[in-house]
Structures are given as structure tokens and as C-alpha cells.
Design a protein around this ligand. Structure first.
Ligand code: LMR
Length: 396
């Protein structure tokens, strides 16, 4: 039976990592998968996370099952981090389940939406994270796209976006990036969030927010101003949270799906559906990462240390944006690269087509996904000149 299976093409992002690992060149540069890198090119475990792990290891006396909803303390604390004071106000209407990373939250959310309405259409931005469509579409929901990014100005396609969302039929699901839009780095400002929230509320749309980079745009609080504007104005909301980047917990697969319903009764029903979906897919989430994140958030010292470490990461990414923009501008005075410093988070689109991305890889050993997305955190003092020369040579 299994001989019927043909090999599949590599994943558009993880395949870049695999290709990079196969390259024997000492000069190779990985600007692919979205992982933070420090000045030495490492993806560190934040010291607050290491300390929380040490304490947990010493204290843990059992590894018995936790249950499909996972770590309830984590669930509450991570939603508090995202929604701030609003979380307490919405608590009775919110059902949260710990998930297998942010991907698990997105998929579980899609399954929940399908249980509520198998005909729901999910609208995603153009472009969006390469795994959004596979993750959400495999649940059986139909996917469509709305305009988001204007490649000519390298900024938000504000008019087309608001216009398109304003015409969606009632019951449509709108997937939004909470901050640090992947892959464009172009975020909504509070004015856009307010306009979208009003449209979503008045047209009866269902917002589904993917929050994978809280703290990587400006800071932990600033990055969720828009999300909170939305959450305050809409009766229902799905929120997929990832702790991969901001807690550095990538491989621990730590995340949550918070679903706000219109009443406490609805939230109670949602919780039963969440638990059943999890049970049928994988039973329960892994414990470790959530236990660590909960500990970091609960302990004032660890929390302060962690916030400082996130602030250091974002400061580094901002300085790398400036560094790359300056180098490119020096090499190509005919082109404007200031957009690199206006965009936020780990990613930007270099505006290179697939042939030029292939040329970067084959001629310069510089690896990025075919859409030309660059992981800014992969830039370093050691590689910036080479990256800038290669990109400048292929730009325009
Ligand atoms: C990315 O976009 O590179 C990250 O979110 C990692 C992933 O799973 O694709």
C-alpha cells in the first residue's frame, strides 16, 4: 500500500533549513526559518527560561497526565500577557487550551470553526505565512485571500484591505497577524485595528488572530495594543498564541488557543469542543514548555529578566535592520531601502523573485525561502557585507 506514496516537494520554509545544512560552504548564510540569532549566530535559551527549567527539574515529583487543556496556570498567564487587563474582564467568556505550539493552536482553531460551521470561509492576507494555508485548509475549511501588502510601496495596502474586509459576507473568518506580520514585517497601526474591529463587529465576521511574535516588534505591551483594541470591540475572537520565539521555546512546542465566546455558556461549550478535538488529534499537549513559561511569568524576578531579554532581542533586530539598510543604500544609491527600518519583527520581503532567490543560493550560498523573505535575525556583522553585496547586485 505504501508504495503508492510519491515523495513530496520540500516544505517551503523548513526545506530551506535542510538545504542550508547540506551546503558544505564555510561562507553559507541561513536567512530562512524564523529563529532569533544572537551576535554569535546562536539561538539561545533565555536565561530566565533556563532558570525556570532548573527549578522545575528540582521540584517536579510526577509526570502523570495533565489533561487535554494542558497547564491551566499557563493558559491563564499567557492570555493575561496577550490581553492585559482585558483578560480578566473576558475571563468568563474565554475558553483556553494549551496547544502544540502556535501551529497546533491554528489547527485546533480551524477544527473548532469547522465544528461550528463546516462552510465557514477563512480569509488570509496576501501574502501570509507559508504554513497558514496548509494548516487551516487541511481542516476542510475553504480559504480565500484579502489584499494586505503593496509591493510597490512596501507598505500596507490600506484602502484595498479595508475595502475587501468591508465586503466580506457575515460569518466569514478573518485571519490577522497580531504583530510582526510574517512575511512582510508590515503591521496594522491602532487606526487600522480600530477600523477593522468596527467592520468585523458590524458585519458579523469572526476574527482569528495569530500572535506568534509578541515582543518582537516594539515590546511586549506595545505589540498587542491592536489586538486589545480588537478584543474590546468584538463579541467573539479566536487567538492563537506561540511561545516559540519570545520564550525561545521553539522545539518545546508551546502555545495556546484562547477563544472568546459571546457568553459564559458558550465558552463552557467551546471548552468541551477544544478538549474533544485535542483528544482526537493528539490527546494532550507536551508539558515542559508550558510549565516553564508559566513559571517565568509567575516569578517577578524571572519575568523581569525575561522581559529584558526580549527587549535585547528586539533591539538587536532593529539594529540589524538599520545595518542592512545602510549597507544596501551605500551599494545602491539609486534605490530606497528605508522600508527595511520601517518594517517590524523578524521578516521582510526583499522583493526578489524566485530566480534571484535561487541565484542567491547557488552563487552566494545565501539561503531564503522562494518568496524572498529574509530573516533579519540571521544577519550579523560577519555576513552583512556579503549579504548586502549579493542582494544589491540582484535588486532593482
Ligand atoms: C517561520 O515562519 O519561519 C517560523 O514561523 C517557523 C516555521 O515553522 O515556519
Amino acid at each position: 500500500m505504501l508504495e503508492n506514496l510519491d515523495p513530496l516537494p520540500a516544505d517551503s520554509i523548513l526545506g530551506v533549513t535542510a538545504a542550508f545544512r547540506r551546503d558544505a560552504s564555510p561562507d553559507k548564510v541561513d536567512l530562512g526559518v524564523g529563529v532569533y540569532r544572537d551576535i554569535d549566530g546562536n539561538t539561545p535559551v533565555p536565561s530566565a527560561v533556563r532558570e525556570a527549567e532548573r527549578v522545575l527539574l528540582a521540584e517536579q515529583v510526577t509526570k502523570t497526565y495533565v489533561g487535554p487543556a494542558g497547564n491551566l496556570d499557563f493558559n491563564q498567564r499567557i492570555v493575561d500577557l496577550a490581553l492585559g487587563p482585558l483578560a480578566a474582564r473576558l475571563r468568563e467568556r474565554t475558553a483556553t487550551i494549551q496547544t502544540v505550539g502556535g501551529c497546533g493552536a491554528l489547527r485546533l482553531g480551524a477544527e473548532l470553526l469547522r465544528a461550528a460551521n463546516p462552510h465557514a470561509v477563512v480569509h488570509v492576507s496576501t501574502p501570509t505565512w507559508a504554513n497558514h494555508e496548509p494548516l487551516l485548509g487541511t481542516s476542510g475549511l475553504t480559504l480565500q485571500r484579502y489584499p494586505y501588502y503593496d509591493p510597490a510601496t512596501r507598505s500596507l495596502a490600506e484602502g484595498p484591505l479595508l475595502d475587501a474586509v468591508g465586503r466580506l459576507p457575515s460569518g466569514s473568518v478573518v485571519l490577522l497577524h497580531g504583530c510582526c506580520h510574517n512575511p512582510t514585517g508590515v503591521d496594522l497601526d491602532p487606526r487600522h485595528w480600530t477600523a477593522l474591529a468596527d467592520t468585523i463587529a458590524s458585519r458579523g465576521l469572526m476574527p482569528f488572530v495569530d500572535l506568534a511574535y509578541q515582543g518582537f516588534g516594539d515590546d511586549i505591551e506595545q505589540d498587542v495594543v491592536g489586538l486589545r483594541i480588537l478584543a474590546e470591540r468584538v463579541p467573539e475572537l479566536l487567538l492563537a498564541i506561540s511561545c516559540s520565539k519570545n520564550f525561545g521555546l521553539y522545539r518545546e512546542r508551546t502555545g495556546a488557543l484562547a477563544v472568546v465566546g459571546s457568553s459564559p455558556q458558550t465558552a463552557a461549550a467551546i471548552a468541551t469542543h477544544q478538549a474533544r478535538i485535542a483528544r482526537r488529534l493528539y490527546s494532550m499537549p507536551p508539558d515542559h514548555g508550558a510549565a516553564v513559561a508559566a513559571r517565568v511569568l509567575a516569578d517577578p524576578k524571572l519575568r523581569a529578566d525575561w522581559m529584558r531579554e526580549v527587549a535585547e532581542m528586539v533591539a538587536r533586530m532593529k539594529s540589524l535592520r538599520s545595518l542592512l539598510a545602510d549597507r544596501l543604500a551605500a551599494l545602491r544609491p539609486d534605490l530606497d531601502f528605508r522600508w527595511l527600518t520601517r518594517q517590524r519583527g523578524m521578516f521582510s520581503l526583499l522583493g526578489l523573485d524566485a530566480a534571484r532567490v535561487t541565484a542567491l543560493r547557488e552563487q552566494h550560498h545565501i539561503y531564503l525561502p522562494q518568496d524572498g523573505r529574509v530573516n533579519i535575525a540571521g544577519i550579523s556583522d560577519g555576513n552583512v557585507d556579503r549579504v548586502a553585496r549579493a542582494v544589491a547586485g540582484l535588486s532593482g
